[in-house]
Design a protein around this ligand. Structure first.
Ligand SMILES: *Cc1c(COP(=O)(O)O)cnc(C)c1O
Length: 380
């Protein structure tokens, strides 16, 4: 079954009991037991719930994984994975990492004695050299935020296998539609389903997918005892969003490619970061591991005043944090995701005063291009 069919039929998408064309919202905390003597599949909604099970099955099917677990947010999913390590363990991570993950590592995991080394994600030698006797895992995120740098997934997996380490990936930017890390040998895949999977900017959710039974038991335990479950109604909304993900991703990625080509040639644009452009330094590697450049790009204007006049003139994209919605979203890392990073440090990372990130929505491609072009002409 191909992905577009799988999204509609590749799991229990219909209610067996009544034939309902969507799995109902099983709005209950507890389940009446058939008998007090025997156990039954569903007992309490923190442990499991039929609506959540349906979403978990759907995402597992799409990632070609055996097991998926749904969490209250992407950060809750990431916490469940990273808090599976023990005191004294060491993890190697890419330096361009989601801000929340960075805070989790520095402000929480450190207290539990779990140590992390950050490396230049594009340099495989750096990954290997960071490995210590107590290293247990390698954690990556590709393409990265907000500069879309690309990590060679198969390369990192090969290093991990040689050293018997677990590999974890945050696959949020590519979605299971465009990048299937389990097939490349990754052990644990994480998503912020808040973004493209739900896709409508109306739910915060997270997912973990694996083929490894031991990891699945660990992740399920974390879901149960840390208690960060995804609420029933949000499970239903996410499943509803997921059904149209393939169509949304196609439209958004097609526009993102056209927009990045336009921006690359525009005199007001200093640089453009989009892994679907042949000029991107990670293009070749990205082509090997993903089927599209995706729907997120970033680009640099001359300075902050250029950013302000451009953003003022723009009519279609909303100015906001987050990404992956049906609406195009323009983010300014300097005042949003990187607001708490000192200026010198963020400039070292390439997050300059002129940098903007665009998450391309499903609006008409021509309208988006025209809007961006007219706003670029307004730059003083
Ligand atoms: C948004 C995001 C997260 C965090 O997800 P939440 O659902 O906001 O908790 C993690 N990783 C990436 C790449 C993200 O974009």
């Amino acid at each position: 079954m191909k992905d577009k069919t799988k999204l509609i039929h590749g799991y229990h998408a219909f209610d067996e009991e009544t034939g309902a064309s969507s799995i109902p919202i099983y709005q209950c905390s507890t389940f009446k037991q058939a008998s007090i003597k025997d156990s039954q599949p569903y007992t309490y909604s923190r442990f499991s719930n039929p609506t959540r099970t349906a979403l978990e099955e759907a995402v597992a099917a799409l990632e070609n994984g055996k097991y998926a677990t749904a969490f209250a947010s992407g950060m809750s999913a990431i916490s469940a994975v990273l808090l599976s390590f023990n005191q004294g363990d060491h993890i190697v991570m890419c330096k361009s990492i989601y801000g929340g993950t960075f805070q989790l590592v520095n402000e929480v995991m450190k207290r539990f004695g779990i140590e992390v080394t950050f490396v230049d994600e594009t340099d495989l030698t750096a990954w290997e050299q960071a490995i210590q006797p107590n290293t247990r895992g390698l954690y990556l995120e590709t393409p990265s935020n907000p500069l879309l740098s690309v990590t060679n997934i198969a390369g990192v997996v090969a290093i991990a296998k040689a050293h018997h380490l677990v590999t974890m990936i945050d696959n949020t930017f590519m979605t299971p539609q465009f990048q299937k890390p389990l097939a490349l040998g990754i052990d644990v895949v994480i998503h912020s389903a808040t973004k493209f999977i739900n896709g409508h900017s109306d739910v915060v959710a997270g997912l973990v997918i694996t083929n490894d039974e031991k990891w699945e038991q660990q992740i399920k335990l974390q879901q149960k005892v840390l208690g960060g479950i995804l609420g029933i109604e949000d499970c239903w909304l996410t499943m509803r969003g997921l059904k149209t993900m393939a169509l949304r991703m196609e439209q958004s990625a097609r526009s993102a490619e056209k927009i990045s080509q336009m921006l690359e040639k525009h005199p007001a644009v200093r640089s453009i970061h989009y892994p679907g452009l042949p000029s991107h330094p990670g293009y070749q590697v990205h082509q090997q591991q993903a089927t599209s450049g995706g729907a997120v790009l970033s680009f640099e204007l001359a300075n902050q005043s250029a950013v302000y006049s451009f953003a003022e003139a723009l009519k279609i994209p909303i100015a906001a944090v987050s990404l992956g919605g049906v609406e195009s979203i323009l983010s300014y890392p300097v005042t949003m995701s990187h607001a708490c990073v000192p200026k010198a440090e963020r400039e070292k990372q390439g997050v300059t005063d002129g940098l903007l990130r665009l998450s391309v929505g499903i609006e008409d491609t021509e309208d988006l291009l025209a809007d961006l072009e007219q706003a670029l002409t307004k730059i003083q």
